[in-house]
Design a protein around this ligand. Structure first.
Ligand code: F6P
Length: 329
């Protein structure tokens, strides 16, 4: 093992830099040369990279975003993309590639492995926490903390005006950011895909619950945390619907990309460091085609083909809500 490449791909997540740092430092300890591909798979295809040294990664542990930049690469979804990526890796003379990203990025890794003999290891980096094979993804807890900070502020104005607030958080198709931020901020309600089997029934129950809460505690505010893409209605449309059915002022706050930025919280820095070191140890053991994660505080190894969370997310998330005794209606 002489030369290793790192790339960050998909939505950037706080803690990606901490992972780049850990991978680089651990690899240099083993006398492996490290290069950082700039701009995700796009940069790989155009062979754009920098040398990563102790000096480059010094002082990046607390930086948000990714010093290597990121992208969503259309070409990697086309037939020829993975083959071109394999050729680029050969041209760059690397023996191993470490990809920090989400399950879409890992599908790219699998596709490259159909054409390339080197080792590829994945490190889960996404705020969504929507990856199977790890209890947490790098960036998730920072995004939750950011959302909680915002919801706390929204609560102040909601209280002052006795208003109903819909706060939309990110998560793509997964409700984990919504669940954890709602619980931590004491929100009254959560809306996420995983708990909706019939949308109109769900909305009727929501209105009923709201109306009884409004009658029972006329002086309180009501905060609903909704995961993006949960309903066929936009947050604004939901707000109109609730105003009509509850006769109460309803306001919307979409937190959006705020959740992707900022300095990573300690738990994301620690997770990123742990997984970065594990990624190099995995490369050294000549293992390939897996994502390193952490399950029950142990390092876990999940084949790329099994990192998609879609099939298991319902149960994991509902168990979480049940454990917390959170209102599921
Ligand atoms: O996967 C991270 C994420 O921020 C999701 O929560 C969100 O749905 C998506 O990326 C936004 O993607 P883009 O940056 O391409 O707009």
């Amino acid at each position: 093992m002489k030369r290793l490449a790192i790339l960050t791909s998909g939505g950037d997540a706080p803690g990606m830099n901490a992972a780049i740092r850990a991978i680089t430092l651990r690899a240099l300890q083993e006398d492996i040369e490290v290069i950082g591909v700039i701009g995700g798979y796009n940069g790989l295809l155009s062979q754009e990279y920098i040398q990563l040294t102790n000096a480059t990664v010094d002082d990046i542990i607390g930086l948000g975003g990714t010093i290597l930049k990121s992208a969503r690469c259309r070409q990697m979804k086309e037939e020829h993309g993975p083959l071109l990526a394999a050729k680029a890796l050969d041209a760059m003379d690397v023996d191993a590639l470490i990809v920090i990203g989400g399950d879409g990025s890992f599908r790219g890794c699998s596709a490259i492995l159909n054409h390339w003999q080197g080792n590829i290891i994945g490190v889960p980096g996404t705020i969504d926490n929507d990856i199977n094979g790890t209890d947490q993804t790098i960036g998730f807890w920072t995004a939750v903390d950011t959302a909680v900070e915002c919801i706390d502020k929204i609560r102040d104005t909601a209280n002052a005006f006795e208003r109903l607030f819909i706060v939309e958080v990110m998560g793509r198709d997964c409700g984990f950011i919504a669940v954890e931020s709602a619980v931590a901020s004491g929100a009254e309600h959560i809306i996420c895909k995983e708990i909706i089997s019939n949308e109109s029934e769900f909305l009727e129950n929501l209105v009923q619950g709201l109306n009884s809460a409004i009658t029972a505690h006329r002086t309180t505010s009501y905060v609903i945390v909704v995961a993006e893409n949960s309903l066929s209605k936009t947050a604004q449309e939901l707000s109109h619907y609730l105003e009509q059915h509850t006769n109460t002022d309803c306001k919307v706050a979409i937190l959006g990309y705020l959740q992707r930025g900022g300095s990573p919280v300690a738990s994301d820095r620690v997770l990123a460091t742990k997984l970065g070191v594990a990624a190099i140890n995995t490369v050294l053991s000549r293992n390939s085609g897996v994502m390193v994660g952490t399950e029950h505080d142990q390092i876990s190894y999940t084949p790329f083909s099994q990192t998609s969370y879609k099939n298991t997310s319902n149960q994991a998330l509902i168990r979480r809500l049940n454990d917390l005794n959170f209102n599921l209606s």
